[in-house]
Design a protein around this ligand. Structure first.
Ligand code: 3H9
Length: 706
């Protein structure tokens, strides 16, 4: 960044306390200017005869969000964070950090190199490096175990989740939780140190009370197994924390080596790619720059599974919601489901009863569609059927003032066609929520041909209010996610089963690849009928040649609807969730294959993975070529946050870059010559492969052009 260190960190003497204030909006990421500025401020305090203590404070809502991730891998310049921390720790006067908001990653590491820490009650302290595939590399693995013990330190580093100021105080990370104004409390704290003659208290001089044992490490790795699946960094964290029992400088050398290694890992590049991709996804060219009115109330039409979940998402976000359903019984069922969801959250200790009551109290049930007319935004979530939706939308359009957003929750229908059923298509957009809507992070925002920039802006505002990761898609068969799933991934899985792989073989192969759940288990969980119905809607838009979901549709026809009916691709013992192989399904698949003259064979695991993943990549390229998605990184966000693609591989298109587009293009050609149609090569992949380029570079060059 070009910001000068002089303006990024200011130094003032306030009585006997030198105050260094960091201001590097929006989150005080530690870049060269911050490091150089703090280093200069320290020098000034040390040479300032009036300064008896140095207080480090930050402007804004976040103390420090960590090292500036954009500097990784480049020549950063200025003192390194480790050098700065060593200088702070070695300072001859006491150095105090005053933490408001959040101290994350390098921000907390820097605070730990200060001699004392005071925090506001709402402060959060964490080392989230693991979520970026990294290990804390600025002394965190050495200082945190010295302050709070190796076991707690490992838990914080493996979870990546922050702890509260109160927890920090309890464990010895925070010296004081400020009552009242943090700055004032910090000044009082510093003056007290000076008065009492309390000098520097270097963390490096502490010893780790109990070295990290293999048993404790194994237990912690098992506890976090689900979230750290496929990552290398967790074992590096363990090694680094073990080294905290060595003399400090020796431990720091071990940490530096392991941290450098983590920076080079492909998975850390992938996770950093997703960090920025998720933030970029919500910034879409084509939204209006007009100031948007705050959204305080929402109306959700339809109290079924999706409508109820969407209403709950709004209530969780603190908004008043009117939940409308024309049928009283459906409305009562919907409210009951929401009530039991809240009861389950209370039981699991996620929220307390008063919070649950407050959230439920925000939802007002109504059987009168006219009540939607007063809401700031209206989300229609009635049955997924073009005619039914059009009928409801026409009525809503007449009731809701024309400048307000009306959105349809749809995963299949043409948003342009729905919009044109109304008199105001410009205020209309699609919102594809994922089930359960109050939990799933992804929101696909679908821009119809008439959607106005202002409307898109409001739809994005809805995603921010709901704290969802938004990706904007243009209107087309299945939008981004379902198009890739249906024409690519799930379809290929069906093809593999017709050719001889069992549902269990396909699922296990993809689960070993990193998907949370294989495609057949996903179908059984959601209900095979759900997919069949959705595809019936999609076929009205475009047809697909056979074989296309012939197994899943046949299972639906036979009433094998998945877990809910006790059988689907698998069978389930009564009330059980364990997917058991079913010889009836094998016989059915053999029959469907024979009808199509498909010769069955045993299919190796690597072929299963290659074909499913390549078909996903191919369809990802196709949605870019067709303009359904505007960035390759958006495709990656959709698949990692909505469809369980392993995050440590960065999404299908980042993974394609890792495989090398030359070899991707060549393998697609092999399958195209064998299977034709669905494997038609994508010219975008061919072009990038010929240029020796990749999807990440393609995104970058397009960004430069705009
Ligand atoms: C580290 O510290 C390594 C060390 O151990 C070793 C070093 C030697 N760098 O998320 P938001 C940008 S690794 C650069 O929308 P929020 C972000 O891209 C770091 N940029 O806000 C966005 O930019 P834009 C460990 C960063 O309020 C803007 O700030 N730390 C960084 O929803 C606003 O961000 C972490 O992993 C950064 N470190 O959430 C914490 N952080 O406006 C990463 C943010 O152009 N940060 N930006 O899109 C976060 O988790 C969230 O940003 C935070 C605020 C919770 C702080």
């Amino acid at each position: 960044m070009s910001v000068q260190s002089e303006s990024t960190v200011t130094y003032t003497l306030q009585g006997s306390v030198g105050v260094a204030e960091i201001s590097n909006p929006p989150v005080n990421a530690i870049n060269r200017a911050v490091r150089s500025g703090l280093s200069a401020a320290l020098d000034r305090a040390v040479s300032d005869p009036g300064a008896k203590a140095l207080l480090i404070v930050s402007a804004g809502r976040v103390f420090m969000a960590g090292a500036d991730i954009t500097e990784f891998g480049g020549a950063a310049g200025g003192p390194t964070l480790q050098e700065l921390e060593a200088a702070l720790e070695a300072a001859p006067l006491p150095v105090v950090a005053a933490i408001q908001g959040m101290a994350l990653g390098g921000g907390l590491e820097l605070a730990m190199s200060c001699h004392y820490r005071i925090a506001s009650p709402d402060a959060k302290l964490g080392l989230p490096e693991i979520t970026l595939g990294l290990i804390p590399g600025a002394g965190g693995t050495q200082r945190l175990p010295r302050l709070i013990g190796a076991g707690h330190a490992l838990d914080m580093m493996l979870s990546g989740a922050p702890i509260s100021a109160a927890q920090g105080a309890e464990r010895g990370l925070i010296d004081e939780v400020a009552a009242g104004d943090l700055r004032e409390a910090a000044m009082v704290f510093c003056r007290r140190l000076v008065m009492e003659g309390q000098g520097p208290r270097p963390t490096r001089d502490l010893t780790v009370r109990e070295a990290l044992s293999d048993a404790v490490a194994a237990e912690a790795l098992a506890k976090h197994a689900r979230t750290i699946k496929g990552l290398t960094a967790p074992s590096l964290v363990v090694d680094a924390i073990k080294a905290a029992s060595l003399p400090f400088d020796q431990g720091m050398r071990v940490e530096a080596k392991l941290a450098d290694h983590s920076l080079e890992l492909r998975e850390s590049h992938a996770l950093r790619h997703l960090f920025f991709a998720e933030r970029l996804a919500g910034k879409t060219p084509g939204t209006s720059g007009d100031a948007l009115a705050p959204i305080r109330t929402a109306a959700v039409i339809g109290a079924g599974t999706m409508g109820g979940g969407i209403a709950q998402a709004f209530a969780d976000a603190g908004l008043s919601v009117i939940l409308v359903d024309s049928e009283d019984a459906a409305l009562k069922r919907g409210i009951e489901t929401i009530r039991s969801n809240y009861a389950a959250s209370v039981k699991r200790g996620r929220i307390d009863q008063p919070t649950a009551d407050q959230r439920l109290g925000r939802i007002t049930p109504s059987t009168n569609l006219a009540d939607a007319g007063t809401a700031d935004v209206v989300i229609e979530a009635v049955f997924e059927d073009m005619d039914i939706k059009k009928r409801v939308l026409r009525v809503l359009d007449a009731l809701v003032p024309p400048e307000r957003l009306i959105a349809s929750n749809t995963s299949t229908l043409s948003v342009t066609e729905l919009a044109r059923a109304t008199a105001h298509p410009r205020r209309f957009a699609g919102l594809h929520f994922f089930s359960p809507a109050h939990i799933m992070k992804l929101l696909e925002i679908v821009r119809g041909e008439d959607t106005a920039p202002q409307t898109l802006g409001v739809a994005l505002q809805v995603s921010r209010v709901l704290k969802k990761i938004a990706v904007v898609a243009n209107d087309g068969f299945g939008f981004i996610g379902n198009r890739m799933m249906l024409d690519g991934y799930f379809r290929e899985a069906e093809q593999l089963m017709l050719e001889g792989a069992s549902p269990g073989e396909v699922d296990s192969a993809l689960e070993r690849f990193g998907f949370a759940m294989g495609p057949q288990r996903v179908s059984d969980l959601g209900g095979t009928d759900v997919g069949t119905k959705a595809r019936a809607q999609l076929y009205k838009r475009e047809n697909r040649p056979d074989p296309y979901f012939v197994i899943a549709d046949e299972l639906t026809r036979l009433g094998r609807l998945g877990q809910k009916s006790g059988s689907g691709f698998y069978r389930y013992a009564s009330g059980g969730r364990d997917a058991l192989p079913d010889s009836d399904v094998s016989a059915l698949i053999e029959q469907l294959a024979a009808q199509r003259g498909i010769v069955r064979r045993s299919i190796p695991e690597d072929e299963i993975v290659e074909r499913c993943v390549l078909s996903l990549i191919l369809m990802g390229a196709r949605v870019l070529e067709e303009g359904i998605a505007s960035r390759a990184s958006d495709v990656d966000v959709v698949w990692t946050s909505g469809y369980g693609f392993p995050r440590h591989l960065g999404g299908p298109l980042f993974h394609a870059d890792t495989l090398g587009l030359g070899s991707v293009a060549q393998r697609i050609r092999v399958y195209h010559s064998r299977y034709g149609h669905y494997w038609r090569p994508a010219s975008l992949i061919d072009q990038l492969a010929a240029e020796g380029s990749g999807f990440v570079q393609w995104d970058q060059s397009r960004r430069r052009e705009t």
